[in-house]
Design a protein around this ligand. Structure first.
Ligand code: GTP
Length: 729
């Protein structure tokens, strides 16, 4: 029968160590079997030797592993190993040389207890530590980078923090995303607010260009008419132009953007240039062509500044919209140039090819700007332009343009009226200016919408960020409550359980999930351990009961000495030992003399007291290694191991004397009693001599002692010497 058995639950997870443990279990079982079968000393010694060697081998393997893992308690463990190896030599001698079977069994129990403790506590700790090492493991998982990373994370970042990471990383990523977008929107908002200023200046520039175009046309008309036509109109328009220049200058000089501010000086210069042109005109000291060039250069300058605005960073749609708007401003200027060319040609009736060529070139430039407009304009702007193109004024002007080209091609401008031409083109320019204003308003509207959209976007992002923060804080709080707290409770409870404290319950887990299952499993485990604790205590009690019953079944109730059964068992062991080790032994049979009379005279109760007292006196004479037993009513037997013949005879005589010399006093009675003893002695017990044989021989001597008068010791040696004496005599 196996003393202990391997159970996979004992595995520490390291194949080599598990194999060692299995072999150790087998060797302990072998030792137990050998003892069960009553093996000879040589067999026991061999079996124990195997166990001892394997323990040394196992310790060496463990110590090597401890060194490799830098195990914290290596020194202490090595010391324990050395101590155990010393102890095991004593255990070996206890098993091999002890004649007592129970001693050998105790040693085997001790060894099996040691092995289980060693596997369950010491080696399990070591195995946990060696997980990081490359020691061949039984359950090696898939060793890939992901697993390594996960393992690194598990070791470097505590569970609580990992849980927080799970929540915080995505939430904070989104938060950062929101903040980046808020920042970007904020920047765009600032730019958009600047755009408003830019569009205002473009609008003002457009108004100024329109007034300058009108002033240029009228001023040229005044000069060309010899200062007869339009003179009063020029005065009115100059005032408007001055107001528009001042307004534009103020816009530029008050602008916070350095790009705009720098244009204020240019506008001031243009104001001076225009004033100079006017003075020259009023002094009639300028040609119309020079005057036109002067105005045109200012207009082109204004258009160039407007052109620069398209390079300001802004949303694509707005950028296209402003390009479209500026294209219309350019287009209008080209209409103005065409108007002047046509007017001059009709007035002079000039049909030269250069003029026609220039006119056609201007028309080409107009088409170019219209193409740019259509390419960049947003649908709404296109709609506005189409309305203009299909309007009566625009179509009339285009018809006049066609008439002029036709007349030019026929080389006859005589039937054309310059006033009609000029007016048609002027009305067309006015219409275009109306369109320009609409386009500018549209731009401002778009910018306002854009700003509004940005503001709303920013507000939404701020709201989202606030919601995310609230969610993350709430989720963190909930996680702490619902995950980390149960894990902490369970860990605490398990720690208590592992140290033997079975009283800690897991409380506060309200979820109906894995934690509840874990808590239930823990509770089952705790109750199971409690039950096994009680069972263990129960088994200890039972064991004690068995020992007590065993004791009772071995003891004579009256005297407290061994009864016949136990005495026979112990006497047989002593005889076995004496035979094995060739040691001497003596057997004494003692009978109370005339005890019937004691009973008869003093009663049975008094007789019992006398028997007890005799036993005490006899026992007082014995050594601890001697064995006394009551084998009959008033008959006792004594085994004296390791005693010489002389010592045994002396002891027997001393017993006789100690009983007979002092009467037993049980007031009011004084009872005189004696004992007779039959003694046998063996220097060395041969295999043929049994306990029964010795007892029988002792009984013969006892019978002789009774026969010879009682209160004496009779032995075989003395009988032999008497017989020898009589033969010699
Ligand atoms: N009080 C008491 N008497 C016992 C007990 N056991 C046996 N006896 C008595 O011991 C007596 C033994 O008597 P016998 O066998 O005739 O021997 P004896 O009277 O001692 O005489 P010898 O042995 O020949 O010296 C009997 O009267 C038994 O009743 C006991 O436990 N208590």
């Amino acid at each position: 029968m196996a003393m202990i058995e391997w159970n996979d639950g004992l595995s520490v997870g390291i194949q080599a160590i598990d194999d060692d443990h299995k072999t150790l279990i087998k060797l302990i079982n072998d030792l137990f079997d050998a003892l069960e079968q009553g093996a000879e000393e040589a067999v026991l010694s061999h079996t124990f030797g195997n166990l001892e060697r394997y323990i040394r081998h196992h310790f060496a393997r463990e110590e090597e592993l401890m060194m490799r893992c830098s195990f914290e308690y290596t020194g202490r463990h090595v010391q324990q190993h050395q101590q155990f190896i010393k102890d095991i030599e004593q255990l070996k001698s206890a098993v091999v040389t002890s004649s007592s079977r129970s001693v050998a069994e105790d040693v085997v129990h001790y060894l099996s207890d040691w092995l289980i403790k060693h596997i369950v506590t010491e080696d399990t700790k070591l195995a946990q530590l060696s997980e990081e090492e490359s020691y061949p493991r039984r359950f090696s998982g898939v060793d890939n980078r992901f697993n390594k990373l996960a393992s690194w994370l598990a070791k470097s970042v505590a569970f609580k923090r990992r849980m927080l990471m799970v929540v915080c990383i995505p939430v904070f990523s989104m938060l950062i995303f929101c903040l980046i977008n808020i920042w970007s929107d904020f920047q765009q908002l600032k730019e958009a607010q600047k755009l408003n200023v830019i569009f205002e200046t473009v609008k003002s520039s457009s108004e100024l260009i329109h007034l300058l175009q009108a002033e240029r046309g009228m001023s040229v008309g005044v000069i060309n008419s010899g200062f007869t036509n339009f003179f009063s109109d020029v005065g009115d328009i100059r005032g408007n132009t001055d107001a528009a220049i001042d307004s534009l200058w103020r816009r530029y000089s008050e602008a916070s953007d350095s790009r705009l501010k720098s244009q204020a000086e240019t506008v001031a210069n243009w104001r001076n240039d225009i004033a100079q042109l006017r003075r020259s005109m009023d002094a009639r000291a300028i040609k119309s062509s020079v005057l036109r060039t002067g105005y045109t250069s200012v207009i082109e300058g204004l258009l160039t500044i407007a052109d620069q605005m398209i390079h300001v960073e802004m949303p694509h749609d707005l950028n296209n919209a402003i390009i479209a708007n500026i294209s219309v401003m350019h287009f209008k200027e080209k209409v103005g140039v065409g108007r002047a060319l046509g007017t001059k040609s009709i007035e002079l009736r000039s049909v030269n090819a250069d003029s026609l060529h220039m006119f056609l070139k201007v028309l080409g430039e107009q088409r170019g700007f219209i193409t740019t407009f259509y390419r960049t304009a947003v649908p709404k702007q296109r709609e506005m332009f189409k309305e203009l193109e299909f309007g009566e004024i625009y179509r009339t002007a285009k018809k006049e343009e066609a008439k002029l080209i036709d007349a030019w091609s026929k080389q006859n401008l005589n039937y054309l009226d310059p006033i009609v031409w000029w007016k048609s083109q002027t009305r067309r320019m006015d219409e275009i200016q109306v369109l320009n204003r609409q386009l500018s308003s549209y731009l401002q509207q778009q910018t306002s919408n854009f700003v509004l959209e940005l503001r709303q976007n920013m507000m939404s992002l701020i709201l989202l960020a606030a919601v995310l923060m609230t969610i993350s804080i709430t989720v963190c709080f909930l996680l702490v409550r619902s995950v980390i707290a149960p894990v902490s409770h369970l860990t605490k409870a398990l720690t208590h359980l592992s140290t033997g404290d079975r009283s800690v319950k897991v409380e506060g887990i309200e979820a109906n999930d894995e934690f509840r299952h874990m808590a239930s499993a823990y509770e089952l485990c705790r109750r199971g351990l409690l039950r096994s604790d009680y069972e263990y205590v129960r088994s200890l009690i039972n064991e004690r009961e068995v020992i007590r019953y065993k004791h009772l079944s071995s003891i004579d109730i009256l005297t407290g000495e061994y009864n016949r059964r136990k005495f026979t068992e112990l006497a047989a062991q002593e005889i076995h030992r004496a035979r094995r080790y060739h040691r001497p032994i003596a057997v004494l049979l003692l009978d109370v003399d005339h005890f019937k009379r004691v009973n008869d005279c003093y009663g049975h109760a008094q007789g019992d007291l006398v028997l007890k007292s005799i036993c005490r006196r006899v026992s007082d004479q014995l050594r601890s290694s001697d064995t006394l037993g009551r084998i009959g009513g008033e008959e006792f037997a004594i085994i004296l191991p390791e005693t010489t013949q002389e010592q045994s005879v002396q002891l027997a005589k001393r017993i006789c004397a100690t009983v007979a010399d002092q009467p037993f006093k049980f007031p009011p009675h004084v009872i005189h009693v004696s004992v007779s003893i039959g003694l046998v002695f063996e220097h060395e017990i041969s295999p043929s001599v049994s306990l029964d044989a010795l007892m029988s021989r002792a009984d013969t001597q006892l019978y002789r002692a009774k026969a010879e008068g009682r209160n004496r010791v009779c032995s075989e040696m003395e009988a032999a010497s008497v017989a020898k004496d009589s033969v010699e005599n």
